[in-house]
Design a protein around this ligand. Structure first.
Ligand code: TYD
Length: 137
């Protein structure tokens, strides 16, 4: 069963809200990279898995849907709240779609960008799981 949705503590007062993310507290890895997806069109993204990457995905503005698939089960998460995030710490197939116009999806990752870490087809992902039993559900 995939259950990757988590919540961040929000400090809200009459001025608005604030969320803090600290390495070692909310986030269990050392962040080496941060990227964000914005100016989104209604076009899906993702369609890959990572062989070895930890990520935290937060939709800080607007909303999008993220489908995670472990080769057997899949689950769609609606990210529409800056206090919700998805934590991914194993190879999962992901598809991101239903972007609102104001969507800004921030991703924190424990490694630098490496195109060799990508698995770019679902067939290849299933094959990867077959060859790496520890990730099988
Ligand atoms: P891409 O992997 O296609 O995005 P998505 O996962 O949303 O489908 O990335 C788009 C482009 O950005 C591609 O040319 C690779 C580049 N890129 C980087 O240079 N660094 C990064 O950290 C990421 C995630 C992408």
């Amino acid at each position: 069963m995939i259950d990757n949705l988590k919540r961040l503590k929000t400090f809200t007062d009459e001025r608005g809200s604030l969320i803090s993310i600290e390495v070692g507290n909310e986030i269990p890895f050392i962040v080496k990279r941060l990227y964000y997806i914005f100016n989104t069109k209604n076009l899906p993204r993702g369609f890959h898995a990572h062989k070895n990457l930890e990520q935290m995905l937060i939709c800080v503005s607007g909303s999008c849907d993220i489908k995670l698939d472990d080769g057997i089960n899949s689950k769609v998460y609606k990210l529409n709240d800056p206090s919700k995030y998805l934590y991914i710490n194993k190879p999962l197939w992901r598809e991101i779609y239903n972007f609102s116009k104001d969507c800004c999806l921030i991703v924190l990752a424990n490694e630098l960008y490496d195109k060799n870490d990508y698995i770019n087809s679902y067939e290849e992902y299933i094959q990867f799981l077959e060859e790496n039993n520890e990730y099988k559900s």
